[in-house]
Ligand binder design. Sequence first.
Ligand code: NDP
Length: 403
Amino acid sequence: MSKVLVIGAGGVSSVCVHKMAMNPDIFSDIHLASRTRAKCDAIARSVKERTGQTVSTYEIDAEEVPALTRLIEQIGPRLVVNLALPYQDLPIMDACLAAGVDYLDTANYEPKDEAKFEYKWQWAYHDRFKEKGLMALLGSGFDPGVTSVFAMWLKKHKLKTIRQLDILDCNGGDHGQAFATNFNPEINIREVTAPARHWEGGRFVETPAMSKKVAFDFDQVGPKNMYMMYHEELESLARFLPELERARFWMTFGDAYITHLTVLQNVGMTRIDPVLYQGKEIVPLQFLAAVLPKPETLGPTTKGKTNIGDIATGEALDGSGEKTFYIYNICDHEDAYAETGNQAISYTTGVPAMIGAAMMLTGKWQGDGVFNMEEMDPDPFMDMLNTHGLPWQVHELPAPVDF
Ligand code: NDP
């Protein structure tokens, strides 16, 4: 039924392309392009072995807009799914506009020299997509992505208003390495070392990175320390849920991760500004990313589960007063690896990217312009989570969170 072009060939792309191939009624013709064609070919081989489907592969630098535009025109997809890095968001959106094709991504644009995590650059494309009758869907991963859809599902089915929202991202997996990140190390470390920001009283409040720590007992994972940090869905949630009094994002980290990161930060290895080394400019964080284990190599050794979800408090829809609900998904690293050859962090992002693409290609989610997940009907997306590997559960809690 539909031809799709996926850009980027890392762990998230690998999961997404495998899941697309498992749904040939929606994704009848899959094309995959990235900077290193060999990585596309490796994904295509795995997809062939596991599903029998053929994936066509190409080499492209997505920052070269004219070349990318030509590639999109040559392939003629209905949708471009951007699973490269946040730096490529704007060039890929430019190429989609030039070629007249819809766009989807899982992470908001970031300039290379600033860890900003803001939607403003992509929201500024709204009128251009609208004028061309094209749709761009932003942030269709897990967080951002599913966490926003969870909030909107609670607002549609359980709560009239959401007063307080906490997003809890727990990775209870162990990869057996002294220090490694579960997705692109450069983006992960930029995120974690940026100051924490949460929404309170109609504005963002900034606190030092990793300065607020809380212990929480996660279903099927157990007690973990989680740290408050900034995450990009807080910006879109604050925009589309104007009644929010407070919204925070929490992520779990083990003590060994924190110790390694603290040392790396103290010695300057997480800097994102260039330094002169033997007459050549290098960015310390990019060098660090090059020597750390590649996230896609962690799959075979990672054991344990992720548990990611939202706790929301607000006025109940049925008029029964204030209620608190906890909605989450649990994903098993080993199960994810057995199905697609990738660990759960890539799995929990690649599956929602496939589902977002399915929403657009089947016409369940439509619009002209640039949209966030919060603006779409959560129900068909939530149904597909249940049937495509990321089942969710919702429980009422006796009281709002006390941390
Ligand atoms: P990886 O680093 O594993 O993969 C990125 C891929 O993009 C690589 O294949 C890389 O090519 C390719 N790439 C980089 N630059 C270019 C370029 N200029 N042109 C073409 N291709 C390029 O990242 P992940 O798979 O872990 O993550 C992919 C995306 O998903 C990221 O944007 C990340 O932020 C996002 N993400 C979102 C999450 C969510 O829940 N919303 C969670 C986790 C990740 P090469 O191999 O040659 O370097």
